[in-house]
Ligand binder design. Structure first.
Ligand code: SF4
Ligand code: SF4
Length: 239
């Protein structure tokens, strides 16, 4: 862009690695190199110093002559926003190890999150350029429209169910549910107020974490009760 606006400018780019991965980017990179732009490779461990000298800035990089520059542009790495952890907590979505929001599957569900109805687009998921952001945003809008355009939504069939007579309201299941699909509610039992777990059927994914955590064996899954599973194992054993 500088070459475009100031054709006779001296341009130097310090780099460690250049990855021109997008459509037409390699051609762009080669064209710029052919337009008298100096590319100077440096090791990542070698610091670049920018010092002031009068009205100019002096760029010092190991292995290269110093440059007196009118303008120095720093290309800093992208990191997630400071409040991304709080947003992830509010929306109940996951973050990858580097702090960006995590998609449900990098190839098959790249705009979905593990929370139904929440989709990702842009640099909240990872650093990306404008065309990739627009493409991803179009995909996310399309996925949201798919949900909103339906009169009825299908939910998981094998959801958790609570046997209220066995539930002692300890809340272990609430803590382990990754989808925030269980809460403790107050119910009247023989004239006394007691807390029991209640499953939100629209949110439950049938993962089984709650059933594993319940010490009272008060949670089962529709279509997957212990008796049904044991019957299936028995039939398999007979074959
Ligand atoms: S873990 Fe079991 S006993 Fe405890 S609240 Fe949940 S269903 Fe009830
Ligand atoms: S089966 Fe999984 S998603 Fe459903 S309530 Fe239990 S822990 Fe939550």
């Amino acid at each position: 862009m500088v070459r475009d606006k100031i054709p006779d400018a001296d341009l130097t780019i310090y780099y460690t690695d250049v990855r021109a991965f997008g459509k037409g980017f390699e051609e762009f990179y080669n064209r710029v190199k052919g337009e008298n732009v100096n590319y100077r490779r440096r090791e990542l461990d070698d610091p670049i110093k920018v010092e002031q000298k009068g009205a100019k800035a002096v760029v010092k990089a190991k292995g290269h002559p110093d440059i007196e520059a009118d303008l120095v542009v720093l290309a800093a790495g992208l990191v997630p926003r400071n409040d991304s952890k709080e947003i992830a907590r509010i929306l109940n979505i996951n973050q990858s190890a580097d702090g960006f929001f995590l998609e449900a599957h990098p190839k098959l569900r790249p705009v979905d999150t593990f929370t139904d109805g929440i989709f990702l687009a842009g640099c909240c998921q990872s650093p990306k350029d404008v065309p990739d952001t627009v493409a991803q945003a179009s995909g996310a809008a399309s996925r949201a429209t798919d949900i909103l355009s339906k009169k009825k939504l299908e939910i998981e069939a094998t959801i958790a169910t609570v046997n209220e007579e066995l539930c002692r309201g300890c809340g272990f299941c609430v803590e382990v549910c990754p989808y925030k699909a269980i809460e403790l509610v107050e119910k009247d039992r023989f004239g006394h107020k007691v807390l029991v777990a209640e499953v939100n059927e629209a949110l439950c994914k049938g993962c089984g974490s709650c059933a594993a955590a319940c010490l009272n064996q008060a949670i089962g899954h529709l279509g997957f009760t212990d008796g049904q599973i044991l019957s299936m194992i028995k039939v398999l054993g007979e074959k």
